[in-house]
Ligand binder design. Structure first.
Ligand SMILES: [Zn+2]
Length: 380
């Protein structure tokens, strides 16, 4: 394989974290959770390296009493999300639901780029950004010799298209996995993941209770958007291709927000009646004018989702829509605002967003409404 992880780097990391897990005296509960979490990430990386199937159903969740559906962890994670964030996300769902899918058979056309060509394009992209300070860092992250970037064809493991594995001990080190689908989307995915590695470096010691964790996906959406703007400016792909990329990104945001809605509906029913009946979930969906009816299996799938992830993706998507709008007025300033939000580690999320040009909370999700309107018109 051309681009692959340096096996010895993973082995060193494993030794470091195993040592940490053996000397737990004086460590906080959340440090222990973090160490355990990183050890399972290292295990996952080893399995990917050896091309083993990484998904097994060994650790099936424990369910809360009196309902066969709701995992305990889902309920606990849901309760941890601040009410204001839940409210922002829930209110946006009603607007997402105005989206009417008008095209079903559109695909991004194939594009045969070698890994080298892909990497070279990504180099150009980072040089093109308003902030040049990441160029040398990105050079390092993308180099074959560094051994932290693995590129494979997505025929091998068709689960995701890109992942970033950040480690903070003994020093900061991200690893990347890119699954190529041989379209221009590979370029967006690569930039998206590299951006995670850049901005996650500032997340050291960020407590799981810190509200800024709900913006973890902001750089993902923002760099997907910037990648499209780069392709447009350089005339590398057709405007139709860019439209399709935007369309698919939006479809996944619609799905995420729907998942959160059904999940919160089910938790509401559980909290008021201590059980979740599928008939009642469907009644509530009709009552709230959702064009959706589900069966028990689908409900179970929704209840196995991580509510914190769903909120993170939706909130980051909404904030990025406001940044997209700002970009068209002032590129430098919108990038500045993006970085200010992402590097802000205070626990006042509302203040962080309002002070940095994010307006969806006050303007009735204006940019989301526009996006819904625009993308509902796309044709096959
Ligand atoms: Zn991401």
């Amino acid at each position: 394989m051309e681009y692959n992880w340096d096996k010895s780097k993973i082995e060193t990391l494993k030794k470091e974290y195993i040592n940490l897990s053996r000397n737990t005296e004086g460590l906080l509960e959340e440090d222990l959770v973090e160490i355990k979490d990183k050890l399972s990430l290292i295990q996952e990386m080893e399995d990917i390296y050896h091309e083993k199937d990484i998904f097994s159903f060994d650790d099936y969740p424990t369910y809360v009493d009196k309902t066969e559906f709701l995992p305990k962890s889902t309920l606990a994670d849901f309760e941890k999300i601040p009410n204001i964030i839940k409210k922002w996300v829930r209110n946006s769902v009603y607007i997402f639901q105005n989206f009417r899918m008008s095209a079903e058979n559109i695909n991004v056309s194939e594009l045969n780029l070698t890994n080298e060509e892909l990497i070279a394009m990504s180099h150009d992209f980072f040089k093109w950004l308003p902030n040049k300070k990441y160029v040398s860092l990105v050079d390092k992250y993308l180099s074959k010799e560094e051994g932290i970037l693995r590129i494979q064809n997505n025929e091998t493991l068709n689960y995701f298209i890109g992942s970033t594995y950040p480690f903070y001990f003994p020093y900061y080190q991200p690893f990347y996995l890119i699954e190529r689908e041989n379209t221009i989307n590979d370029f967006c995915t690569l930039n998206h993941e590299i951006a995670h590695g850049i901005y996650m470096s500032s997340d050291t010691n960020l407590s799981l209770n810190n509200h800024s964790r709900y913006l973890f996906e902001l750089e993902g959406y923002h760099f997907d958007f910037l990648s499209r703007m780069f392709l447009k400016e350089k005339n590398i792909v057709s405007s139709r291709t860019l439209e399709i990329l935007e369309y698919y990104e939006f479809l996944s945001a619609v799905e995420t927000s729907t998942s959160f809605y059904v999940l919160s509906l089910a938790i509401f029913l559980f909290n008021s009646q201590k059980e979740i009946r599928i008939e009642e979930v469907n009644q509530q969906l009709i009552k709230n004018l959702f064009p959706l009816q589900i069966d028990e299996d689908t409900l179970c799938e929704y209840l196995l989702e991580d509510p914190q992830d769903l909120v993170t993706y939706t909130l980051s998507f909404l904030a990025n829509l406001d940044l997209e709008k700002l970009y068209h007025l002032d590129k430098e300033f919108s990038f500045h605002e993006f970085e200010a939000i992402r590097y802000n580690k205070t626990n006042n999320l509302e203040k962080n967003l309002t002070e940095h040009s994010i307006t969806f909370m006050q303007d009735g999700y204006q940019n989301l409404q526009e996006k819904v309107k625009k993308l509902s018109l796309i044709k096959d």
